[in-house]
Design a protein around this ligand. Structure first.
Ligand SMILES: Nc1ncnc2c1ncn2[C@@H]1O[C@H](COP(=O)(O)OP(=O)(O)OP(=O)(O)O)[C@@H](O)[C@H]1O
Length: 345
């Protein structure tokens, strides 16, 4: 595999009106790594993707691929000259070409036999070799998705941009296709950017995760770091349900309704404790609470409890595997110190 360049976006901005668009964003896409860009609707994901694809020019900042400048204010190298592959939601295959014909389509610059070999290698890596002669209309949604990916990878792009690649698939197929594609994506050696609003897809696929909200990067890092050490309530919420409890500074600790925890370094006007439903356990001893609601959810039960603290009542929902006290009964709560997420309020 040849060495492929890294894509670097620095100080990138594209504004629509006063607030919309992307504000100042830095992003690095490394060859052989999958970066997931996660954000709610309207957060600027598609805008960022269009800027990187060269479909739009930025208002400020620049995009480089290795040493080559691809975009700068008001200017952009056109999409077809950027060495960037695109796979958008509507992954329309050519209906009148076979699977193999679809994958070799962009390889007319290669001798036929070489194009065919490369396409067959890719189809093999995506477990599609026995569908090479099939027509697209005879493929399942998941197979069509994989053919579209093979077609995008065939040209060996330095960067591959994928916009909501799994949005057309139902939940069970989605996980299967995603888990089949991820190793093939890494092996292809391109710098991959996946745009998604699905936290599960992002956590499952990404080497590097970027959380985008209102046109700004809230946090970037490994999925584990973003999940276990969120920088704010907004960042934590993007990766799953979380509740906030008050935290009062007391020396070098914070006092919370669930106990005392270390105060993070740094200054803030106030702090809060974030709690994910699976991180609090019902234990034999701990913080006293009363069960006010229970909901069976398969391998866990979601238990809502009320705790009475010096500063009033706090309600919390805990996902607990195992026996749960009846409504109205006492329960004792325990939060492991390494699961205490104390962030600025
Ligand atoms: N061409 C445009 N003209 C004006 N406003 C735009 C344009 N494109 C996007 N916007 C605005 O910029 C913001 C970001 O839009 P963008 O499509 O990038 O978000 P997104 O995160 O991709 O959303 P979704 O998940 O719904 O596709 C939105 O407020 C949108 O209305």
């Amino acid at each position: 595999m040849t060495d492929r360049p890294t894509l670097t976006a620095t100080g990138l901005a594209r504004r629509y009106g006063r607030d919309a668009g992307v504000h100042v964003v830095d992003l690095t896409l490394v060859p052989g790594q999958v970066t997931a860009l996660l954000g709610p609707s309207g957060s600027g994901k598609s805008t960022l993707l269009r800027l990187i694809a060269g479909l739009e020019a930025p208002d400020a900042g620049e995009i480089r691929l290795g040493e080559t400048v691809l975009s700068w204010p008001g200017q952009t190298v056109p999409p077809e000259h950027r060495g960037i592959g695109l796979m958008f939601q509507e992954h329309a295959l050519f209906p009148h070409k076979t699977v193999l014909g679809n994958v070799t389509f962009g390889l007319s610059h290669l001798p036929r036999a070489e194009a065919r070999d490369r396409a067959l290698d890719l189809l093999r890596s995506l477990r599609l070799e026995d569908r090479a002669k099939a027509w697209p209309s005879t493929l399942s949604g998941g197979e069509q998705q994989r053919v579209a990916l093979a077609r995008a990878l065939a040209r060996e792009p330095a960067v591959l941009l994928m916009d909501e690649p799994f949005s057309g698939l139902d939940a069970s197929l989605r996980a299967e296709v995603r888990d089949a594609l991820t190793p093939a994506l890494r092996a292809a050696g391109a710098a991959v950017l996946i745009v998604t609003h699905d936290a599960e897809d992002a956590l499952a696929m990404a080497d590097h995760l970027v959380l985008l909200d209102q046109g700004e990067v809230l946090q970037a890092g490994t999925p584990e770091a973003c999940y276990l050490r969120p920088v704010s309530l907004a960042a934590a919420r993007m990766l799953g349900p979380v509740e906030a409890l008050p935290a009062r500074v007391d020396g070098d600790a914070v006092a919370t309704p669930l106990g005392r925890f270390a105060k993070p370094e740094g200054e803030a006007t106030g702090w809060q404790l974030l709690v994910r439903p699976g991180d609090v356990r019902l234990a034999d001893q701990g913080v006293a609470a009363t069960v006010v609601a229970r909901r069976f959810a398969g391998n866990v039960t979601d238990v809502t409890v009320v705790m009475i603290g010096p500063d009033g009542e706090h309600r919390l929902t805990v996902s607990h595997a195992g026996p749960v006290p009846a409504i109205g009964q006492p329960a004792f709560l325990a939060l492991a110190p390494d699961r205490a997420l104390v962030v600025p309020a």
